[in-house]
Write a protein that binds this ligand. Structure first.
Ligand code: ADP
Length: 406
């Protein structure tokens, strides 16, 4: 692909395929410019009553459809439906490439990679490390290779940003042979953290060079300790189950609980896995919902209040742990659905972090900052709200990989 091809108004497709949803974005890829989003959307509820929605960058709905459970929209059918919707909406403009969010790049992939047969085989071999995510990430890659064999496809990894972490941080206190078999901390949400690291210099110079904890608080949630824009440590480890309490995941758990659930409470490994991934976290603790908006409206109910308090307590404790790993903390950045939108969570976390020197500015917190603390960020610890953009990061990676190939 020559870089000249990008002077034609070409499009990039970006896919983020999960266990029950396929999120997509289409970007305009003009030479020498940042990719500009044309529209984005998702098919969610795959395997059940599926729902497709596509929106313009401003949020205006440009396509929507619902299927009943009886219509059996599985992953394969969802991709076909998506391609049927996309074809007329691309308006004859050529697709330059497709980028994929792939959860696991193992120890090998520290950078996005152009996919060929050998790469795909290697990525498939990593499925046992992320059995609930990796197979879903790879399925559309295979389907597109079959139907559009000449379309360049690029895999971008959630683990890649954490590759440079010190060996001391990456290893568990397990026998060497187990570590060498790949049981180690990888860290996830890397595309989100990489995007944040890329914009920190524009937010404040202290953030670009200093010790920063980024709190990616969405349905999945983790913290990343960054020093000079590089990942030093993260709360997610071997799997996306580690660290903070999340929407439906338990986060860090005494491994003895797993034995107890299976030996004494007679859960099978599959039932245990399902409970820890899907029935725990805010949903399991509250018995109400995993949706922060609903939990905030019902926070006077004792079980909901307790779930919210535990959620925040875990964030505050992990911030202490990561600050210790960096030998101090200059700034805290909130991002993703809860981090960007829920002022109460930000206020409660900062209240628990007063000992680190944070002083909440209530008015600026309500206005989403970007800076939400008092004082000069060059002199005292500061907290910020910075929107993430995983899809934009993917698109930029795809263009870079194509340019390197030209
Ligand atoms: P995902 O991990 O699926 O990408 P998101 O980053 O979209 O998740 O975050 C989803 C979470 O963000 C949900 O808990 C949702 O309730 C929360 N959220 C979204 N908008 C708001 C809002 N305005 N106020 C509070 N929470 C919000």
């Amino acid at each position: 692909m020559s870089s000249g091809a990008q002077t034609v108004q070409s499009l990039l497709l970006v896919l983020n395929a999960g266990s029950s949803s396929i999120k997509f974005s289409v970007f305009d890829a003009r030479a020498g410019q940042e990719p500009a989003e044309c529209f984005h959307g998702q098919i969610e509820g795959i395997g059940g009553a599926a729902h497709f929605i596509a929106k313009a960058p401003g949020g205006q709905v440009v396509g929507e459809h619902r299927w009943t459970e009886a219509e059996h929209v599985d992953h394969q059918k969802a991709l076909v439906l998506l391609s049927e919707w996309l074809t007329p909406h691309l308006q004859g403009r050529p697709l330059l490439a497709c980028g994929h969010r792939v959860v696991h790049g193992g120890r090998r992939y520290a950078q996005p990679v152009l996919i060929d047969d050998a790469v795909l085989t290697e990525l498939e071999a990593l499925c046992p490390l992320a059995p609930l995510h990796q197979p879903h990430n790879l399925a559309p890659i295979r389907a597109i290779r079959e139907h559009l064999p000449d379309l360049p496809q690029v895999a971008c990894f959630d683990t890649a940003f954490h590759h440079g972490q010190d060996e001391v941080v990456q290893q568990f206190a397990l026998p060497r042979a187990v570590t060498e078999a790949g049981v180690r901390r990888y860290g996830f949400h890397g595309l989100s953290y990489e995007h944040i690291a890329s914009v920190l210099p524009k937010v404040h110079p202290r953030l670009a060079s200093g010790r920063v904890i980024v709190a990616h608080l969405g349905n999945g949630a983790s913290l990343c300790a960054m020093h000079g824009g590089r990942s030093v440590a993260s709360t997610m480890g071997f799997s996306a189950l580690d660290g903070l309490a999340m929407g439906t995941r338990c986060g860090t758990l005494d491994a003895g609980v797993v034995f107890h659930l299976q030996r004494e409470m007679k859960l099978t490994p599959e039932q245990t896995e399902h409970m820890l991934y899907h029935d725990s976290g805010l949903l399991g603790m509250s018995g109400v919902s995993n949706d922060m908006r609903e939990l905030r409206t019902r926070s006077s109910e004792p079980q909901v209040r307790l779930a919210l308090d535990i959620y925040v307590h875990r964030i505050v404790r992990e911030i202490g742990s990561l600050a210790a790993a960096m030998g101090g903390l200059d700034a805290l950045v909130f991002t993703a659905g809860i981090g960007e939108n829920d002022a109460d969570t930000r206020a409660e976390v900062l209240d628990g972090c007063r000992w680190l020197g944070f002083m909440l500015d209530v008015r600026r917190n309500a206005a989403r900052g970007p800076c939400i603390t008092e004082g000069d960020p060059a002199q005292v610890p500061s907290a910020w709200v910075v929107p993430t953009d995983e899809e934009g990061m993917l698109a930029r990676h795809v263009l870079k990989v194509l340019a390197a190939r030209a």
